[in-house]
Design a protein around this ligand. Structure first.
Ligand code: BTN
Length: 343
């Protein structure tokens, strides 16, 4: 029997139209009385009450105060394809194939990866209001509460093999910084290979997932998670220093739709042209944004650890480390963290 929440698969849950309308009415953060909401939705106050209850399944916190009504504790701007597309450059807009916005999904990257075998996936975008199993690097979970951050994925095919896209995550990092800078956000930096930093704290992360044979064509899903307005409670699950745009801009953030449009306007052309341009057009910017240059770090590669000082990145996007034991060495992968005093 169909229910108001439609389960398209076990991992995808979208709000019904009436719940979405209810959420839009509440999104400004002011109190709305039960009778006002019932009028607007053409339903009874009891149904409104039940629907309010079900919104909490998505992790939304709602105040119910007798005599005043209901209020979202943290106002939000829902993602809206029309509003995003209206702010895209025409040349970018026409390159997008499918445009998905889900209310709740396990992972936007997983969603597009599972569609890569379909011919229309090249150039498809997936955004979600929340993820139940957001994927971070190194098998970590990406904390993904509803409506308060950005979870974005883009699928793209390349005619060259996986080697042709090495360095892509660095180019995306530069694109993200360019998009945020265009919106007036400063003090941004990058941490090899794929963290977006603000004053040394993690603002966002990029996860590129690749499929294809060594020599044949390959497909990538570029995933970006950006902290927009995360509550301290939810963020307590993150095991590194983090920051959100709300904190950076003192809550005068660009709207989420404007932010997503700005990101797509930068990321899509970078991804589309990367097989011709490579990392070259991004190198100067990346080096200027390098938040780890000169820092004493440990590079973790599986169970191996290399201590040294970050020299920078090579022209093909590998990290250069002046190691304690063997001088300057180049690494193609690994996790970099500050070297503890006790090392
Ligand atoms: C990192 O660990 O720094 C990378 C995080 C990438 C998270 C994003 S959120 C959108 C996309 N979907 C996912 O499941 N992960 C990426």
């Amino acid at each position: 029997m169909p229910t108001e929440s439609t389960f398209i698969s076990t991992c995808l849950m979208d709000l019904s139209d009436s719940r979405k309308k209810l959420l839009r009415l509440l999104s400004g953060g002011g109190f709305c009385s039960g009778s006002f909401l019932a009028d607007q939705l053409g339903t009874s106050r009891t149904t409104v009450w039940k629907q309010i209850g079900s919104l909490t399944e998505f992790g939304l916190e709602i105040d119910a105060v007798s005599g005043r009504g209901y209020r979202l504790i943290r106002p939000l701007e829902l993602l809206d394809e029309g509003r995003i597309r209206s702010q895209l450059k025409a040349s970018v807009n026409k390159r997008i194939r499918e445009f998905y916005i889900h209310d709740q999904i396990d992972s936007t990257n997983r969603f597009l990866s599972s569609k890569l075998s379909e011919s229309g996936t090249h150039g498809s975008i997936c955004l979600a209001e929340s993820q139940t199993a957001g994927k971070g690097r190194g098998g970590r979970t990406w904390v993904s509460p509803f409506g308060h951050n950005i979870y974005f994925s883009l699928a793209w095919r390349y005619s060259g093999g996986p080697a042709s896209v090495s360095g892509l995550s660095l180019a995306i990092g530069v694109s993200v910084v360019r998009a945020l800078s265009a919106l007036g956000i400063s003090d941004l930096g990058l941490k090899w290979p794929n963290d977006v930093l603000w004053n040394g704290k993690k603002l966002g992360g990029i996860l590129i997932e690749l499929s294809g044979d060594t020599h044949g064509p390959c497909a990538v899903v570029v995933g970006l998670g950006l902290n927009y307005a995360m509550s301290r409670d939810v963020g307590a699950a993150i095991c590194q220093e983090w920051v959100d745009l709300d904190t950076i801009t003192h809550a005068s953030n660009p709207g989420r739709n404007q932010l997503v449009a700005s990101l797509i306007n930068e990321i899509l052309p970078a991804v589309a042209e990367f097989d011709q341009t490579g990392l070259g057009p991004f190198l100067i910017d990346w080096r200027g944004l390098d938040g780890m240059k000169g820092k004493d770090v440990v590079l973790h590669m599986g169970s191996r650890k290399f201590a040294g000082t970050v020299v920078g990145i090579s022209d093909d996007g590998l990290i250069l480390l002046n190691t304690d034991d063997e001088g300057i060495r180049t690494f193609a992968s690994g996790e970099v963290s500050f070297r503890p005093q006790s090392w």
